[in-house]
Design a protein around this ligand. Structure first.
Ligand code: SF4
Length: 278
């Protein structure tokens, strides 16, 4: 948990499928230690893959570095964070994500996507709200069953606490997207999708799990009878349930002819953070 001074903070996103201009990660490592997380295999001189989840390095100068590079952010989109969760438990102490958001707030043409598994995001609710419609929060909820979560994401916050966070953010007027990603075993797809809609989220997406060759997570799936999550039909079934709960937005002309009573919502076919592993 030794803090460090980072040399760079804005990582250009080269993969066109993601559509993000820059990834911004105020921490290295991740205490959530999800068992499917491919980041554990990233080259690292100090930590072994099996130690993933046991170390987090705060980038102490992240806000200052970001401020010094703000000229890059005009009309750019920033995804926060990649290869970590911006709301690590250490964020309570270091407030690096918050201070980076304060910088981004001063960049009026920058669009921000905050993606997390943690209700700790609520500690910045007022700040997030100050962005208006140029910020959205994505909450990753890969399963509707917290007993599944306890196995695959043993150190990440419980699913009910993520629903509660989604509800509070949406009630505060913040755009919320539910990321069913990477898709894990689901108990009841229709009820899951309805739960997502009832949270007040305006969008949802379903992202598949792809594993490295000989990934030890195959054994976790096999041991629990969850290999179905790798099956494209299974994913399409979950996606269909979410499409029903989040009907696609109508084209403008169509919408004028047939106004909708509730705010538009959709399942966005956004590629999952895990879609590029394989
Ligand atoms: S929260 Fe994200 S970065 Fe952290 S361990 Fe889980 S999948 Fe990996």
């Amino acid at each position: 948990m030794e803090p460090e001074e980072a040399r760079s903070i804005l990582r250009p996103q080269k993969d066109e499928r993601y559509g993000f201009g820059f990834a911004l990660s105020p921490y290295r490592g991740c205490s959530h230690g999800c068992r499917y997380c491919y980041v554990r295999e990233y080259p690292n001189a100090l930590h072994r893959p099996e130690d993933w989840g046991g170390w987090v390095t705060p980038k102490l100068n992240a806000p200052e570095l970001l401020w010094s590079q703000r000229h890059k952010l005009h009309d750019a989109r920033v995804f926060m964070a990649s290869a970590t969760d911006p709301y690590q438990p250490l964020e309570r102490q270091y407030r690096l994500s918050r201070r980076c958001l304060e910088v981004l707030l001063l960049c009026p043409t920058t669009e921000v996507i905050v993606h997390t598994r943690s209700p700790l995001v609520l500690q910045d609710l007022e700040l997030l709200r100050a962005f208006g419609d140029r910020l959205s929060v994505g909450l990753s909820i890969p399963t509707d069953d917290d007993t599944v979560r306890q196995i695959v994401e043993p150190h990440a916050p419980a699913i009910p606490s993520r629903w509660a966070a989604a509800e509070r953010l949406a009630a505060a007027g913040i755009q919320v997207t539910i990321g069913v990603a990477p898709l894990m075993a689901v108990h009841d797809a229709q009820a899951f999708a309805r739960r997502a809609r009832a949270s007040g989220a305006s969008n949802a997406w379903v992202g598949g799990l792809r594993l490295l060759k000989q990934d030890p997570f195959y054994k976790v799936l096999a041991d629990h009878g969850w290999l179905k999550v790798l099956d494209s039909d299974y994913k399409e079934g979950i996606r269909a349930a979410f499409l029903e709960a989040f009907p696609p937005r109508k084209h403008k002309r169509e919408a004028r002819a047939q106004p909708v009573a509730s705010p538009p919502a959709t399942v966005i076919r956004q590629p999952g953070l895990f879609d590029r592993v394989g």
